[in-house]
Structure formats: C-alpha cells, structure tokens
Design a protein around this ligand. Structure first.
Ligand SMILES: [Zn+2]
Length: 251
C-alpha cells in the first residue's frame, strides 16, 4: 500500500505509550490539524528520534499517511523549539498541559487552523519565560474559544441585548454563551456571578496580543475567577472538564 509522505510544522500535544518501545504521539500540525501517529522505538535509549519527541515540543514533522486511517506513522521529528523549560517546573507543566489538552479536545483531524497553531506556539513560548504564566494561559483559552466559534458575549445580555451598567458584577451562563441580565437570569440555571474586575479582564483580553498578557497584573482572586469562568465555558464547548485544570487547582 502506498503511504504518502508529508512534511509540516507541528507541536506535540499528547502521547500514549504502546507495547514494546512504541508511542502514539498526538501532533497539532500547521497544515493538517490534529495528527495521531506511531513513533516506533521512541522509548529505546538509542532511539533514532534521539529524545526529540517530547510533550510541548515544536518542530518539523515528517510522517507517512495511512490513507483512510486515523493513526499514521512518524518518519522523523526534528525539534526546533523544544520548550524544555515547560517540562521542568510543576506550575508551567500544569499550565502548558491545560493549553495542549484544550487544543487536543477542541480540534479535529484534517482540519487545519493556522491561526490557532500560531496562537499555541506563541503561548508555549510565552509560558516558558513569562513572569505571570497563568494570565498568558487565560488569554490563550479565551482565544481558543473564539477560534472554536464560541466567543462568549461579555458586554450585553445574550437574551435581550441590554447593556450591563459599568462597574457592576455580572451573571454569566455558559449554556447561553455569555452574560445574562437581571431580568433574563431566571431562565439560565447555570448562571454564576463574576466581579467587575474579572469581567473587565475577560472583555479586554480578547484584543490583547498573547505576548503582552504577561504585563497584566490580576489579583489572585480575580485570576481564580477568570480561570473558573473560562473553564466553565470550555466545559460547555468541549463536553467535559479539562483534566489538567483539576491538577492546577491542587497546586
Ligand atoms: Zn436580558
């Protein structure tokens, strides 16, 4: 059977060990969306991959496509940005894991999204060195919701379109896609309250470049609210909670 060979930029967003020394690696590629492929012998000490196949690593992937199959075969992976620092610090591991898990759940095979690829690459770069990596992650998750077509509405009521008075707390409903006003709230069973500070960040962050997120100072309480809010919206879209978020909560 002829197996076409493809070359693309890719970021490693997941993996599962197989029997022997093989591993299934989940790549987010620039040109083909999510690609799952077997890296044969990758766990051997003298593997021809030479330790380059690591979670969060970004590089050049060459793979054999097995037509009509969802599992392909890695021929070569050369890490260009290994993101080694992300694997050496528990906080950064948890934050980067949340980013790649959300992408892995949100994107499909054979559905390229070059904009999201760029955003994830930029986020992993920033998470490596940022002084406020948690804020960078929230900016990315907000971006991801938009790319997936579920940008939450944070300015006006999603039901009656009334504007929220400034500097007041607001109620958000993931099931309804955003803000619900006082009169419409009774129809939104999942609505929860957020502070004006958290709402201010959620409104502004969508228009802020990811590499500038690091400059935004949030109090721990506000950051917690923002993280809980984005996680609630992601749960709604992805259909289940992110495992890495549970890990973050325990740190
Ligand atoms: Zn309303």
């Amino acid at each position: 059977m002829l197996m076409p060979l493809h070359t693309t930029e890719a970021i490693i967003i997941g993996s599962h060990d197989l029997a022997e020394a093989d591993r299934i690696v989940v790549f987010f590629t620039r040109t083909a969306g999510k690609v799952r492929a077997v890296a044969e012998g990758v766990r051997r000490i003298r593997s021809r991959f030479g330790g380059s196949v690591q979670l969060f690593s970004q590089g050049r992937l060459v793979y054999f496509e097995r037509p009509n199959k969802t599992l392909h075969k890695v021929n070569e992976f050369a890490a260009l940005r290994p993101h080694r620092l992300l694997r050496e610090d528990l906080d950064r591991i948890a934050l980067a894991s949340t980013a790649v898990e959300a992408v892995s759940l949100g994107v499909e095979e054979n559905e390229p999204s070059p904009g999201l690829y760029e955003a994830l690459a930029e986020t992993l770069d920033a998470l490596e060195t940022a002084g406020r990596p948690s804020v960078v992650l929230q900016g990315f998750l907000l971006r991801l919701l938009g790319v997936l077509g579920y940008r939450p509405e944070f300015s006006e009521c999603v039901r009656c379109r009334s504007r929220l008075p400034p500097r007041t707390e607001a109620h958000l409903s993931p099931a309804h896609g955003g803000l619900v006003c006082r009169s419409c709230r009774s129809g939104a069973a999942d609505a929860f309250v957020v502070s004006p500070e958290a709402l201010g960040f959620l409104r502004g962050a969508g228009g802020t470049a990811l590499r500038l997120m690091d400059r935004i100072a949030l109090s721990p309480n506000t950051l917690g609210e923002v993280a809980d809010t984005l996680h609630a919206f992601l749960c709604q879209v992805l259909g289940r909670p992110l495992r890495s978020m549970g890990f973050l909560g325990r740190l």
